[in-house]
Ligand binder design. Sequence first.
Ligand SMILES: [Zn+2]
Length: 92
Amino acid sequence: MYKRKDFRITQKQLEYVLGKEWEFFKTKILTNCFCHKCGLPGNSTVINYEIFINYLNDTIFRGYCKKCDGPLARYTETGENEEISKRITEIV
Ligand SMILES: [Zn+2]
């Protein structure tokens, strides 16, 4: 299988592909990250992130931990959501 390179998208594009899911991402996904420094899973929020789409149409937020400012990435399986995945293929 050809592995497309990770593709960076803007916040605006992200909100487009997520559609009504964006609210859920904002309140439940980005605020529920695992920071190795801070410990327990779901204890941290990713901030100042860049957004990447990988070859599976999954979304990766690469940013920083709100608590300790250390590097933090949040992986989400958006490629498994048919609607989101379809919108991603429109822009990548
Ligand atoms: Zn942290």
